[in-house]
Design a protein around this ligand. Sequence first.
Ligand code: DGL
Length: 288
Amino acid sequence: MTIDQAIQATKGIPGPIGVFDSGYGGLTILRELRRALPDADYIYLGDNARAPYGNRSFDLIHAFTLEAVRHLFARGCQLIIIACNTASAKALRTIQQRHLPGIDPARRVLGVIRPTAEAVAGLTHTGAVGLVGTPGTIASQSYDMELAKLHPHLSLYSQACPMWCPLVENLEADGDGADYFVRRDIATLMAKSPDIDTLILGCTHYPLLIDKIRLYTPQGVSIIQQGEIVAASLLDYLRRHPEMDALVTRGGATRYLTTEEPEKFSRLAAVFMGEPVEPQRVRHLNDI
Ligand code: DGL
């Protein structure tokens, strides 16, 4: 069966919630989604073979994300969370506006930037907000645009951290190299304004570096992780869209797919999810 045939065959049939990231980062979102909505079924897809996306061109990030979305649709997902800021920044809007109407207008693809931008105003007192993210996310200025729309009184100070995702993807989050890069990039960001009192971790990989981030962030600065925010936003979305809520199967099961070696994936994912993880390898996202 081709991807297109599988998408046709699953139209309107309840399925799991799809959660997509370039690699491991989306697990930080999946964990909170499962906490908030434990009875739903999930399929997690990590494109670890091609991660990180953050230093790649717009065209490639768009093409890879579209492949992942179509793959998850073909596996029966009616609702997908792009649990990746880089893909949300570079591909989400085009997928929602240009591709989804032709693929299946009833399905939904949601991102992580909008809910994070919505939540931030309630958290800062000084109005000066720091943002760390991949070069792709920072260059896209997606957070600047969302915040300008939602909370124009806030000032955003951004810092691209090109090495943080590669450290996580290479299982070096606890090593000395991570200390060097986290300390350096946070110091550079904080030098941009003494008023920053809130720091958005604008990459779903970054909670895997949280100990080091806490260590090098000045006391009194609140660190915002996206997992809980995205989970709360999904609950709210499903409350407002009972037709989509009815298209989510409820068995409490999670399946994991990775484009890389399953053994490598299962080691980190098991630590992170607190249970054994047995991923299935998908060599090509265009095959089902
Ligand atoms: N977790 C992704 C994000 O939130 C990482 C992107 C990457 O692969 O560089 O941006």
